[in-house]
Design a protein around this ligand. Structure first.
Ligand code: OAD
Length: 256
């Protein structure tokens, strides 16, 4: 057997055991969780969004003020791609874990809405949700989508430009959401990071915060990240493969 594979099996077993004994589990996800649904991550050197586009042109308030049509079109393009994809086995495994573990909190940096589509009920979407829009002046949020032909849609109430309800570089996260995420990480006895490069703040600090409050840190990722050295368990692999195996092992232990 490939030694890496054997190592992953023991990592999955160990993590499953710990999860069944934990009183507070926090799972924090990033773009890697949706990679197997066909959505590119941001920092993959081949097809990552930020290897093909410049975030400063598309994901900042300054870019939107300068050229709202280009920014809006880019988000429409991403929405069109999203309309053709579905949650993968990793998303479904997390939804299952939420149902079977007594205290489970999901925090995500993803804006794609795939955790909700898979069935997770309680999700802290730190970077917003691309399926919603927000008035750029009044901040009113809605899931109303303008027609495809509308190149510069405006708020139906005040006529200010509409923007996607996501957090851009240079913007603050919703303080209530962030506070809830920090509190959950501080209370966690297990903090599991899945499919994030752990590079973007403040989400990147949640794992360190959990660690400094005594949580066991676990990570699932094909690559090492800045969190890996802190992790008690690092399972090197794809979330769509590792999470279903982890979920089945948790289920088996609970049914023993
Ligand atoms: P990144 O693109 O920075 O990182 C994706 C991570 O997923 C990497 O660590 C990959 O190794 C890992 N990965 C790739 N395929 C995977 C798979 N099948 N299973 C598990 N992991 C896999 O994405 P994020 O960390 O989510 O913010 O990026 C954080 C934020 O930076 C995003 O929310 C976005 C971006 O700029 C904003 O737009 C504000």
């Amino acid at each position: 057997m490939n030694p890496r594979y054997a190592e992953n099996i023991s990592g999955i077993d160990a993590l499953a055991n710990i999860l069944t004994q934990a009183t507070s589990v926090v799972v924090a996800t990033g773009a890697g969780v949706s990679a197997e649904s066909g959505i590119p991550t941001f920092r993959d050197p081949q097809d990552g969004l930020w290897s093909r586009y410049r975030p400063q042109d598309l994901a900042t308030p300054e870019a939107f003020a300068r050229d709202p049509v280009t920014v809006w079109n880019w988000y429409q393009w991403r929405r069109q791609r999203l309309a053709r994809v579905a949650p993968n086995a990793g998303h479904f495994a997390l939804a299952h874990l939420e149902r079977i573990l007594p205290s489970f909190r999901l925090i995500t940096q993803n804006v794609d809405g795939l955790h909700a589509a898979a069935g997770n009920q309680e999700i802290l979407e730190l970077h917003g949700n691309i399926r919603r829009n927000r008035c750029s002046r009044e901040g009113t949020v809605s899931d109303w989508m303008p027609s495809e032909s509308d190149k510069l849609p405006t708020c139906p109430d005040c006529r200010a430009p509409l923007r996607p309800d996501v957090v851009w570089f240079g913007e603050s996260l919703d303080p209530t959401l962030l506070r809830r995420a920090v509190e959950a990480a501080g209370r966690a006895d297990v903090f599991l990071s899945v499919g994030t490069s752990a590079l973007v703040e403040p989400a990147a600090s949640l794992g360190r915060h959990a660690d400094s409050h005594g949580a066991m840190i676990a990570e699932i990722n094909p690559e090492r990240t800045p969190l890996t050295d802190l992790a008690d368990i690092f399972i090197q692999g794809k979330s769509g493969e590792v999470l279903p195996r982890l979920m089945r092992r948790v289920l088996a232990i609970l049914e023993e």
